[in-house]
Design a protein around this ligand. Structure first.
Ligand SMILES: O=C(O)[C@H](O)[C@@H](O)[C@H](O)[C@H](O)COP(=O)(O)O
Length: 244
């Protein structure tokens, strides 16, 4: 596990954008394409905008990049809460990504069917071999959730490498999420976390004793892959360890 800690969010974003480009070019050179699962929420929006900016957009062949979502809210793709809408606006449209390269969760289906259909789409993308994403981007909630692996939900104990529908009591709604085993199959996982309000959660995940039901992001430990945390100093402020 590698910690990347920088004072300013702009530095964190540039470091992760450099890492994203390097991982993409390495995957494209090695097996002809780069398959990435994007995180949702607010943190990654600036990363997507940076990747689509003049500073980065010409650094890789975007026609060889395939985009999935590590989780999605149970809303239409036109809803401001939609993770797909955020990525479409900040990344896919500015880069003119072909629709055939983007895989949105079909939220027009009931959530359980949407999750099952997404699992099928992933398995088809990987030709029914092990679904091994080249990179999975994750955020972290201040309650230590990641993707839509929320505290005290049954999906935390799902041993299948799949996509699941989960009812989240605190949200009073359904989410569709990768399971931890699916995330942990990835070649690389990168967390992007900003701000003092996340500092306690970061410490729970990286330094406190195992307590999966309260701190679900502790589940994330790639079996045979790299784990990176990209943090600003505020989010890292409660850690004993600093960047390695
Ligand atoms: O769909 C989502 O909301 C995300 O996938 C979720 O896991 C997010 O990464 C965290 O909640 C942090 O969200 P912020 O970046 O908005 O703080």
């Amino acid at each position: 596990m590698k910690l990347h800690i920088s004072p300013a969010t702009t530095e964190v974003l540039h470091e992760l954008a450099d890492y994203f480009v390097a991982a993409a070019n390495q995957a494209i050179a090695a097996h002809g394409r780069f398959t990435v699962a994007l995180s949702g929420g607010s943190s990654p929006k600036k990363l997507f905008e940076l990747l689509a900016s003049d500073a980065f957009k010409d650094q890789l062949d975007w026609t060889k990049v395939y985009f999935f979502f590590g989780d999605e809210r149970n809303v239409p793709h036109t809803d401001p809460q939609s993770n797909y809408l955020m990525a479409k606006t900040a990344l896919f449209e500015p880069l003119h990504i072909d629709a055939a390269q983007t895989f949105a969760v079909d939220t027009s289906l009931p959530p359980a069917q949407a999750a099952e259909a997404y699992t099928t789409a992933i398995n088809q993308h990987f030709n029914s071999e092990q679904a091994r994403f080249d990179l999975i981007l994750l955020g972290l909630g201040d309650n230590s959730h990641t993707a839509s692996l929320f505290p005290h939900t049954s999906v935390l104990h799902d041993k299948s490498a799949s996509v699941q529908d989960v009812y989240v009591e605190e949200l009073k709604g359904h989410r569709i999420t990768f399971t931890a085993p699916l995330i942990n199959q990835a070649r690389a996982v990168a967390f992007l976390v900003f701000g003092e309000d996340k500092a306690a959660a970061v410490r729970h995940i990286l330094e406190d004793k195992e307590d999966i039901d309260n701190f679900p992001a502790q589940l994330i430990a790639p079996t045979d892959g790299d784990l990176h945390w990209f943090l600003d100093t505020a989010a890292a402020s409660k850690l004993d360890q600093q960047a390695s």
